[in-house]
Design a protein around this ligand. Structure first.
Ligand code: ATP
Ligand code: MG
Length: 584
């Protein structure tokens, strides 16, 4: 119930209203369903006895005095009406229920995806993409399933209660027998399977996440797997998880299937006891047949109804662990999860870069690390400066750049641009930056689309592409390709050489014609000649653009204005290239 309440909060107001509307439709359909079964009682009584049984439904027949055949016609028309009304509501409801559920699926996947994408970069460092993918697919489906099972559970409880009330009126004894058997079976099965089902639900999520991870890894790291001859190990891991998930599915399907048999047994059992009871009480044969017919009709609805109640209650238990995961994903304190157009609510101040960038006493440590990856870093970069950053591997250069860009938030200290903290307007800050990371991520698309990364076709500017291609020294390479810019690069750029991939990364950064260009080992895979060419075109920007270049090759930064040398997260040296590089 606690979970239900929390999941309810996740729905938007529109969805809540829609859910209530669907429930109301369901309620009416169920009333007619109950009525239509109730109609059977007077109708059968007319057939068997030619007169009306005195029941709550008899008042349907008191309008006008019907006798003989007319009574039958009248009874039939009312029954027909109840069934037509019921099925009309059910059809109407089917439409809306499906619309609601499919829409919820669409809306939630969309919302969660947006929610994830707007999270800080640190979130992605900590999460595994296979698990995020599982949340966006399987977990969302579970959530939608969870809501639909609750709708079914509630409506079945209504119909179950409705039929039982009618039957209690007709025959308290027989109904009590049926009620007793049904209630005991439902609660016994539920109580005995509850724990197992929840643990199966938990296992499914854990194993499902791991399975995704191994499947994706297997496909993504084919080269390493082949060279290291780890196919068998990976196959074993996948097989292991597959086996576990198969076992979960197998048991859950079995648990779901068994109640059907139990209920069928129940049906026969209660009929037998009922008939024996009637015979023992020496009731008239007509009476017995009438009651039996009524019970037959009712049981055909009571038993499926009870079985649906049990099945949905079990399914709800099975899905609960997934709902917990989803609720953990959406931080309930942050109400932005409710908005479809999730926007960070930071106050945005106008951000200009006319003078300088200041790093003041920056310290940072990764959540999983004890030691500081950067400590007390201060830098002053003037507009138009060409800054080089060097240092041993693992010294903290990339981390520093991530802080400068605002991808990571410092634990202490701040990054200021013309005296304004970049966090006051990160969006504006990012617009000024062209960044080529250490490893460029290429999408399985054309070179052109990779340069204009993420832009919609209509928004791509061919002129900017041309300029970027030129500056990144891609012309010769493109000329050698039959399809030129339209050549596809393969997944993660697998059809290209490392240097070609890097140059596309550089072109991507230059496409925006950024005020600040940051290259993190962006030319490491290039030969000296190509690198020099690129550096020439980059240095052509010197004075106009601000350049920050991380490199292990000192030749790359011979011409820069200032070099910072980093070691173990601290600046150990800074100065002109001459002073630093000669010592090195
Ligand atoms: N996501 C992360 N989680 C935990 N620690 C990290 C993470 N990324 C980097 N580190 C650690 O932070 C330190 C600095 O890493 P960083 O990537 O900044 O080094 P670098 O100077 O860029 O090295 P390289 O020259 O090899 O690229 C390293 O000790 C590294 O292990
Ligand atoms: Mg690095």
């Amino acid at each position: 119930m606690f979970l239900l309440k929390k999941s309810w909060i996740l729905l938007t107001n529109r969805q809540k209203k829609y859910a209530i509307f669907i429930f109301a439709l369901m309620f009416f359909a169920m009333i007619f369903e109950t009525l239509s079964i109730g109609m059977m009682i007077p109708l059968l009584s007319i057939f068997l006895r030619g007169e009306l049984e005195s029941s709550i439904f008899s008042y349907f027949f008191i309008f006008g005095k019907f006798e003989g055949k007319n009574l039958i016609y009248f009874g039939l028309s009312i029954t027909l009406f109840a069934f037509v009304a019921k099925n009309f509501f059910l059809t109407f409801n089917l439409w809306h229920q499906n619309k609601f559920l499919q829409n919820a699926n669409f809306e939630f996947t969309n919302r969660l995806f947006k929610y994830y994408l707007k999270k800080d970069y640190i979130f992605f460092i900590q999460k595994n993409s296979a698990h995020l993918y599982r949340n966006l697919t399987a977990i969302i489906s579970s959530y939608v399933g969870y809501i639909s099972k609750y709708i079914i559970l509630l409506s079945e409880i209504i119909i179950f209660t409705g039929i039982i009330v009618i039957l209690l009126h007709v025959d308290p004894l027989g109904t009590s027998i049926i009620l007793f058997f049904t209630a005991s079976i439902v609660s016994l099965i539920y109580i005995f399977t509850k724990k197992k089902i929840t643990s199966l639900g938990e296992e499914r999520n854990v194993v499902g996440g791991e399975l995704n991870k191994h499947l994706l890894q297997g496909m993504a790291s084919a080269k390493d797997i082949k060279i290291l001859d780890r196919e068998e190990d990976l196959i074993y891991q996948v097989e292991n998880n597959l086996f576990k998930i198969t076992r979960v599915n197998f048991i859950i399907e079995f648990i779901r299937g068994v109640p059907k048999f139990a209920f069928e047994l129940l049906l026969v059992l209660s009929f037998t006891s009922f008939v024996l009871l009637m015979l023992y009480l020496k009731r008239e044969m007509v009476d017995i047949i009438l009651y039996l017919a009524i019970f037959a009709v009712a049981s055909f609805r009571i038993v499926p109804s009870a079985s649906k109640i049990l099945a949905s209650a079990q399914q709800i238990k099975y899905l609960e662990p997934s709902i917990k995961i989803l609720l953990q994903e959406f931080d309930l304190k942050d109400s932005s999860y409710l908005q479809n157009n999730h926007q960070k609510k930071d106050i945005c101040l106008p951000l200009k870069f006319n003078k300088e960038i200041n790093l003041n006493n920056l310290s940072f440590s990764y959540p999983t690390r004890k030691e500081f990856s950067l400590s007390k870093i201060s830098m002053n970069i003037k507009k138009g400066d060409f800054v080089g950053i060097i240092g041993k591997t693992g010294s903290g250069k990339s981390t520093l750049v991530n802080l400068l860009i605002g991808l990571l938030k410092p634990l202490e200290g701040k990054v200021e641009v013309d005296e304004l903290n970049i966090n006051k307007n990160l969006v504006e800050w990012h617009k000024k930056i062209g960044y080529v990371p250490q490893s460029v991520y290429l999408t399985d698309d054309t070179i052109r689309k990779n340069i204009a990364f993420g832009l919609l076709e209509d928004n791509i500017d061919e002129n900017l592409i041309k300029q970027a291609v030129e500056k990144a020294c891609l012309n010769d390479f493109l000329d050698s390709l039959p399809d030129g810019l339209e050549t596809t690069v393969g997944e993660k750029g697998i059809k290209l050489s490392g240097g070609q991939q890097q140059r596309i990364g550089i072109a991507r950064a230059l496409y925006r014609d950024p005020e600040i260009l940051i290259l993190d080992e962006a030319t490491s895979s290039l030969d000296q000649k190509t690198e020099r060419k690129i550096m020439e075109s980059v240095q052509f920007l010197k004075g106009k653009k601000t350049l920050i270049i991380i490199t292990h090759r000192t030749s790359t930064i011979e011409n820069c204005d200032k070099i910072y040398c980093i070691d173990s997260g601290k600046i150990i040296k800074q100065g002109l290239p001459k002073e630093i590089l000669d010592n090195n």
